[in-house]
Design a protein. Structure first.
Length: 443
């Protein structure tokens, strides 16, 4: 009997040991991880991404961008890397992570070579992207508190988008079987926009493929998402099913039928969804640049909006607690006591046609404060050739005949001495499109 009891005791100890081993293994990924629909840090505190995309692989010398986006309020940067199939290979992963950590940014690393696979003949497969991550494992191991691995950017085009489900599930399994414990991010097909709803309808299959249950889905919102109804309906589907989601890329409403960025920003804020705007600078099409020439002092219309506008980065971002950030509600900034200025407030405005086509054009106006800070501005001009304004952003624009008046929005009226902001508009023209003379009044 005693021998049987000893044997039973040994079996119990073995069972307990196996449970302990399992618990240790299950908690090994104690960095950023999914909890329900949320991303949380190792201490269980919720982390909501508020940041931008940075095209590092094409501009590896622009390392100051990490500090610049942090200074503007970002808590996350999504960094474009190359696997060597089309760009790169990016062998400086350790340095990129160091730059993120130095600037207290959560680092989302993505392989861009997969963009449009199946439709883009030069694109890499998700399996090839996984091979790249495996080749960089020494730089990534131990960085689970700071790094999210976005396996491949927009990994399937519009050709056979259905292949996305198996390819994505297999890439996740390959990452896990090779020992990666990181939070994984996976982009939708259809060049990231999921307009055929393959990701939406197969999300649970993807989440179930992850043995670590630590994958977040990512939607890229551009022209497909040009109405509030479409955006809200898509986000509602994920929320109702309890699926974790971030808006990994999105642009802004610079023209008719373009993305409804105002709804994206407000819905992301109300739902607690992370967002990462495209992109800091360096686009072939400069409309999507947030900073002209990577200069943080030259924010574009898009840059001003996403950093400084309502529901934007500065107003909503909270630093990760791994860097010492607080998740509490920030104390209100005291309203400074106004001091008299030695001279009346002044401002100036410059006008630039940024695009022109038959019967239409796009223009941008930059407003700059004078030697004193201002709390608001009004720009006026008169068109000489019958031009009309058809749509405007970052200003309230009204017209009376040829006379046009543009007034600041609530988020871009206050400017420090010498500081500037931009607003833009679309217009129509016929025959000539001369540049008008602008007047700027400040208060």
């Amino acid at each position: 009997m005693r021998r049987r009891l000893l044997a039973l005791g040994a079996a119990v100890l073995a069972a307990v040991a196996s449970v302990l081993v399992y618990v240790q293994s299950a908690s090994a990924a104690a960095g950023l991880h999914v909890s329900g629909t949320k991303i949380v840090e190792a201490n269980g505190r919720e982390f909501i991404m508020r940041g931008v995309n940075h095209p590092h692989v094409w501009y590896t010398n622009q390392t100051s961008s990490f500090a610049n986006v942090k200074a503007l309020g970002a808590n996350t940067v999504r960094v474009v890397l190359g696997s060597g199939k089309r760009w790169g290979p990016s062998t400086d992963v350790a340095n990129v992570i160091s730059l993120c950590k130095q600037n207290k940014l959560i680092c989302v690393l993505e392989v861009h070579d997969t963009t449009g696979y199946g439709e883009e003949s030069a694109a890499a497969s998700l399996d090839e992207a996984a091979d790249y991550w495996i080749s960089q494992k020494s730089a990534l191991a131990g960085q689970e508190n700071y790094v999210v691995i976005n396996i491949g950017n927009e990994p399937i085009g519009n050709t056979n988008a259905g292949q996305w489900t198996a390819a994505t599930a297999n890439a996740i399994k390959k990452m896990r079987s090779n020992g990666f414990e990181h939070l994984l991010m996976v982009d939708a097909p259809n060049w990231g926009q999921d307009w055929q709803y393959v990701m939406r309808d197969n999300a649970q299959t993807i989440l179930d493929a992850d043995t670590r249950h630590n994958t977040v889905l990512s939607i890229h919102m551009y022209s497909v998402f040009n109405t509030a109804a479409g955006i809200v309906d898509y986000l509602n589907r994920f929320q109702a099913n309890g699926w974790p989601l971030v808006i990994g890329e999105f642009g802004w409403h610079f023209g008719a039928n373009e993305v409804d960025h105002e709804t994206i920003l407000s819905e992301a804020q109300s739902r607690g969804l992370g967002y990462l705007g495209w992109s800091w600078s360096g686009n072939t099409d400069p409309i999507l640049d947030m900073a002209t020439g990577f200069d943080p002092n030259q924010l574009t219309t898009w840059g001003q909006r996403i950093f400084n506008g309502a529901n934007g980065i500065k107003a909503t971002a909270k630093e990760a607690t791994i860097y010492g950030g607080s998740t509490g509600t920030p104390s209100p900034t005291p309203t400074p006591t106004p001091t008299p200025t030695p001279s009346p407030n002044t401002c100036s405005a410059t006008y630039q046609v940024t695009g022109q086509w038959g019967g239409g054009f796009q223009a941008e106006v930059r407003v700059t404060a004078g030697s004193s800070a201002i709390s608001g501005w009004t720009v006026t001009w008169a068109f000489a050739d019958g031009q009309t304004v058809t749509n405007a952003w970052n200003a309230t624009v009204t017209s009376s005949g040829s006379n046009v008046t543009a007034r600041n929005m609530s988020y871009n009226g206050s400017l420090g001495a010498g500081a500037g902001t931009t607003f833009g508009f679309l217009g129509s023209w016929n025959g000539s499109n001369s540049v008008p003379t602008l007047s700027c009044a400040a208060r």
